[in-house]
Design a protein around this ligand. Structure first.
Ligand SMILES: [Zn+2]
Ligand SMILES: [Zn+2]
Length: 661
């Protein structure tokens, strides 16, 4: 081990590096200028114990000692040296495996070799930039020209100069060996003398995508962008969408076709020619950033042009499934993933449209992701987390105000319909089909939706969109009621006889014998838990004629009686330390001109209230009077009971009720 004093010290060389210049070619260039073989210069600069691996990968990363040696020998600052290795792009346009090596299987990183700009080389002879070694750099923004991959004379790709070269090698010349035997020799063409090409238009798509890539790299968003571009590029290449690539990138169709239409080009590696790479990147960029409506059809066509795999994958990847179609766009993440899903929305079965949220508008999905991404540290963030399958803020029976406008198909039992729609919302926008596959919830949803419950195509789309919107709303906002906790309330303490007598008196109701108190308890339980009559605890269960008697009780309830009940329930909740509103529903929204059914509030209840006050309990008669479905009338009456005339008296339940004990 040499001490500091034993090192060579400053060499008598005054050649400086250029910003962004790749270290190995910079060393070769300097060696050439002072007339030394590169190997000799390298031997003089680095301490003898420097590992071969460090020397071989000096263009990727410099360890502290190597950095120090270069600084001491050439007088280059550390800051300068850090612009001269590929490490500067780690986490920006490529990823490193270890300090010294790049993950070549990721993000289409190049293993070796470089592109170049002849104009740049003419100005700075022999200066090769680090950025030319990235597959995602294919245009010189300064000269507005596509970079070159190969020597104009021999057509061979530019190879890397070795630091172990024992001749003085000139980096600006082609080092390819041409010819054979005694007639062979290095090409030595000056790369700066390549034939001239026209400048690209200032707004050419390939120039725009290159600017976007550099911009994203400088903002720390490079990985996300190149990952998305790679995803789209693979989809484009596998679908052999050469026409689309050429159109979107504004490059010549024939030229692109000849560069890309190769049997070996399956899209798993980057196109090697810069023009092909530029065209594919530009097309990928536009699928990602152009106005969504203008590229939606193209995204859909590309998805369905993917060659069918011989062995379709299982586990949520069934033929024609969203998961399978999405897998044609590998590692698609937000927001591109949403674009793909929206493009194939109407091709999917209803269940999948709901689970994948394919009808959810772009803006809402963006807002949702901003919220969700805060919890994620990974920039790529392949899939996001959702805390639970059934939101605790969603009742087992969907809120009536939401169920009513979604009820467009054949009508059945009101509660069955509310339950089915709540299930749909609970699965809405989950995007975790594999985990739900074969689960009872998904099967149940499939069964329900098969019964043409969602009406016409337009109605189905409108409902599926709202299901996704409501699922997102609940995930982002939650609600004031935790339905899971309400099941745990001390129900054995609910409305003992002495409380019932007080309550009945306050509401000017006849207390009567057992059945009425029991119905009030049932009503209270279902009102707080959001459940249906089938979910009542065993001791309150309803069978046969008791069920219809209970329904009549609910229909005939007065607003004043219900207010008294709600005041009691409010106190019950407070005493159980589970305060909150007795009931709550998210505010309704509805796009203008939506083909949904009518809103619940949009009903004339006066004739219905009149009939109910006269003792009418046949739902079909009430529905007739309102000109609405039986379910709508049943729900509307539950929301807005008839007027009983006498205001209920108030009672302070929190000081003196038996549920406090
Ligand atoms: Zn240039
Ligand atoms: Zn050559």
């Amino acid at each position: 081990m040499q001490g500091d004093g034993a090192r060579l010290g400053r060499l008598a060389i005054s050649v400086g590096p250029n910003d962004g210049e790749w270290l190995p070619t910079a060393l070769a260039r300097i060696a050439f200028e002072v007339g030394l073989p590169t190997k000799t210069l390298v031997g003089a600069v680095f301490r003898p114990k420097t590992s071969v691996a460090q020397l071989r990968h000096a263009g990727n990363f410099l360890r502290d000692t190597a950095e120090q040696d270069l600084g001491d020998a050439l007088g280059w600052s550390r800051e300068q040296l850090r612009t001269m290795t590929m490490k500067q792009f780690d986490g920006k346009a490529l990823l490193f495996e270890t300090d010294l090596t790049i993950k070549y299987t990721h993000l289409w990183a190049r293993a070796a070799g470089t592109r170049f700009c002849p104009d740049c080389l003419r100005r700075d002879p022999g200066v090769f930039l680090c950025s030319w070694r990235l597959s995602w750099v294919f245009v010189c923004l300064e000269h507005r020209k596509v970079l070159r991959d190969a020597c104009h004379k021999c057509g061979i790709a530019v190879a890397d100069l070795s630091l172990f070269e024992d001749v003085a090698a000139e980096p600006g010349r082609c080092s390819a060996w041409i010819g054979r035997g005694k007639t062979g020799g290095p090409c030595r063409a000056l790369l700066s003398e390549a034939w001239d090409e026209e400048e690209l238009e200032i707004d050419a798509p390939i120039l725009r995508v290159q600017r976007a890539i550099f911009d994203a790299m400088s903002r720390g968003k490079g990985i996300h962008l190149v990952n998305t571009l790679r995803c789209n590029a693979i989809a484009l290449l596998k679908a052999r969408a050469f026409g689309e690539i050429s159109t979107l990138s504004a490059t010549g169709d024939q030229e692109i076709r000849s560069l890309l239409d190769l049997p070996a080009r399956v899209g798993t590696s980057a196109p090697s020619e810069s023009l092909a790479m530029a065209a594919v990147a530009a097309a990928s960029w536009r699928l990602y950033t152009d106005d969504e409506a203008s590229v939606r059809d193209m995204i859909r066509t590309i998805t369905f042009s993917h060659p069918v795999e011989r062995n379709p994958r299982s586990g949520g990847h069934g033929p024609g499934s969203a998961a399978l179609l999405l897998s044609y766009w590998p590692e698609a993440t937000h927001p591109m993933q949403g674009r793909i899903l929206r493009a194939i929305d109407t091709d999917l079965p209803h269940t999948q449209r709901i689970v994948w949220g394919t009808a959810v508008p772009e803006a809402l999905e963006d807002a949702w992701f901003v919220t969700r991404r805060r919890a994620s540290s990974s920039e790529i963030a392949p899939q996001r987390q959702k805390p639970q399958v059934h939101s605790p803020f969603l009742p087992p029976l969907l809120w009536r105000s939401w169920a009513a406008p979604w009820q467009v198909g054949p009508r059945g039992n009101a509660e069955t319909s509310q339950r089915a729609l709540a299930l749909a919302v609970s699965l809405g926008h989950q995007r975790r089909l594999a985990e739900l596959q074969n689960g009872p919830a998904l099967e149940g949803l499939g069964r329900i939706l098969r019964r043409s419950m969602l009406g016409t195509e337009q109605q189905a789309t409108a409902i599926i969109r709202q299901i996704g919107e409501l699922a997102i709303y609940l995930d982002m906002q939650g609600g004031p009621i935790r339905y899971d906790r309400r099941l745990q309330l001390p129900w054995q303490k609910l409305l003992p006889s002495q409380d019932w007598l007080v309550l009945a008196e306050c509401a000017h109701e006849l207390a009567g014998s057992g059945p009425k108190a029991l119905n009030v308890r049932r009503y209270m339980y279902l009102r707080l838990t959001g459940q249906g009559v089938g979910d009542l605890p065993a001791e309150w269960a309803l069978q046969g004629w008791r069920a219809s008697a209970y329904n009549e009780f609910v229909l005939g309830l007065t607003a004043q009686f219900r207010d008294a009940i709600d005041r009691y329930l409010s106190a019950f909740l407070q005493a159980a330390e589970e305060p909150g509103p007795v009931t709550w529903a998210p505010p309704r929204w509805r796009p203008e001109g939506s083909p949904l059914a009518r809103e619940l509030y949009d009903i004339d209840l006066a004739p219905v209230h009149g009939l109910v006050s006269e003792g009418e309990v046949a739902l079909w008669r009430l529905a007739d009077a309102a000109g609405r479905s039986e379910n709508h009338v049943e729900w509307a009456l539950a929301e807005w009971p008839r007027d009983g005339g006498h205001e209920a008296e108030r009672h302070d339940w929190l000081s003196g009720s038996s549920f406090l004990g």
